[in-house]
Design a protein around this ligand. Structure first.
Ligand code: PLZ
Length: 447
């Protein structure tokens, strides 16, 4: 069997989408699995690697999702596979807090080295993005001895009880799932396309609104942490206006508040920097990562100032599976791939191809209201022509059109009107260009 990265890098349709074998499995899926689970594309996967997913009917689909920005290094990347095989043959689990192993320490050393900030850092490993956010909040509260957590409009931080409270959008993430955790306060986001004030003063105005809320409504001295995605993911790839992140970080510092960057979706070369915070030189007190760190295996991490990371009581953090040895081996393979194959530069290169194509769509089609993002994390926001009114139907039609042509794309946005591009960073240029050409056709058809 050809391994993932060595699959033919081509779009090839041999049946309609979904084909007969996928249809059979879809029927079993609806019988056997919770109906509350979503599904972006109705095909079952047989193999994946580079920039393609091969389904059980033999269709080769261009993967513009990367498992939601997770397989940045591609599926079954060679170094990930080699490390995982070696690890599973040695041992699969001891629990790091029962009997430690070097892989966990090596991943933490790599995170401490790679995340922004030259100060002394330490890390903690967990199983997922949501669990990492939960731990970042626990640690921030233990360190500051304060309780309030400040989050933003359009934010997404996960599906556990605390992270649901921190997530902005009700349906589908929160509907029927309350009550939510207390002491979470939501403040405005500097969202350039939808700013209601003076567009030329957005950063200043947004920072004024945020600091006013923190000072007058919460009390800055009560705030443990400000938690923000440097580019919002599920919320629609909202890139805050320049200066907003450094302004927040400075305000946090001046008030003894920890600045926590949620880089779960933006991390590990995705945006054309190792981390999105690098762009404006922001050095978070705590950085939360997951997704791209593990090369497809479940892993999350909390990395921060040593004194902050040491603040919780002894044995106050942990978990059975956190930093599982196989996931750590995969992460070391993924990190080596990013560094040795210079995927940061690769993401930048892909970014120039993507923004050129998306800007061309914006100039041709009135439904494309906004193009935004960085590197291999970019999106278009679709609107009713000549307005900012969300156009959810166009988004759904365009994504469906692409699926039928063998291109997998994800949606996003508070208003369900954003198409986001998250290709694996190892996708060949020709395949990326082909996917973009099909998206262009799809937008033309929905315009
Ligand atoms: N923080 C910024 O993007 C996960 C959610 C997929 P977990 N986003 C994908 C879905 O529908 O559940 C995410 C994120 C940011 C936190 C998380 C949560 O990470 O690993 O899904 O828990």
């Amino acid at each position: 069997m050809t391994s993932g990265p060595h699959l033919p890098q081509e779009r090839r349709l041999v049946t309609a989408i979904p084909g007969p074998k996928s249809q059979e499995l879809l029927a079993r899926r609806s019988e056997a699995t919770s109906a509350s689970l979503g599904m972006a594309i109705p095909v079952f996967v047989a193999q994946a690697g580079g920039g393609v997913i091969i389904d059980v009917d033999g269709n080769s689909i261009i993967d513009m999702a990367a498992g939601i920005a997770t397989v940045n290094v591609g599926n079954s990347a060679d170094r990930v596979v080699a490390n995982v095989l070696k690890q599973v043959q040695s041992f699969t689990h001891t629990c790091f807090t029962v009997a430690p192993y070097s892989g966990y320490v090596e991943v933490c050393e790599a995170l401490n080295r790679l995340t922004p900030g030259t100060f002394k850092k330490k890390s903690l490993l967990v199983n997922s993005g949501a669990e990492a956010i939960e731990n970042a909040v626990k640690i921030a509260r233990a360190f500051t001895k304060r309780q309030a957590i400040v989050v933003f409009e359009h934010a997404y931080h996960g599906r556990t009880n605390l992270t649901m409270a921190m997530t902005a959008k009700n349906i589908p993430y929160k509907e029927g799932f309350g009550p939510f955790a207390p002491e979470v306060y939501r403040v405005p986001m500097a969202y350039p396309f939808r700013w209601l004030g003076d567009a030329s003063k957005i950063t200043e105005e947004a920072l004024d609104l945020v600091t006013h809320k923190i000072e007058k409504e919460i009390g800055a001295h009560n705030v443990a942490a400000i938690v923000i995605e440097p580019i919002q993911g599920e919320g629609g790839f909202v890139v805050p206006s320049k200066g907003f992140l450094p302004g927040l970080a400075a305000f946090a510092k001046a008030n003894g508040i920890l600045f926590i960057a949620d880089e779960v979706q933006t991390g590990f070369a995705r945006t054309g920097d190792f981390f999105a915070c690098n762009e404006e030189g922001v050095e978070p007190d705590i950085m939360v990562t997951a997704k791209g760190i593990g090369g497809g295996l479940p892993l999350g991490a909390i990395t921060g100032r040593a004194e902050v990371m040491d603040a919780a009581v002894s044995s106050g953090v942990g978990g059975t599976f956190g930093g599982n040895p196989v996931a750590c081996a995969a992460a070391l393979g993924a990190i080596a791939t990013i560094e040795e194959d210079n995927l940061v530069a690769r993401a930048r290169h892909m970014g120039t191809i993507i923004s050129k194509a998306l800007e061309a769509m914006k100039s041709k089609y009135a439904i494309v209201g906004d193009v935004r993002g960085r590197g291999a994390m970019q999106a278009i926001e679709l609107v009713m022509p000549g307005t900012t009114e969300p156009n959810s139907k166009a988004m759904m039609d365009a994504v469906k059109y692409c699926q039928q042509k063998g291109v997998l794309l994800l949606t996003a946005g508070t208003y369900s009107n954003v198409i986001r591009l998250l290709p694996p960073l190892v996708m060949p240029d020709a395949l990326l260009e082909e996917a973009l050409a099909i998206l262009d056709e799809a937008i033309a058809a929905s315009n």
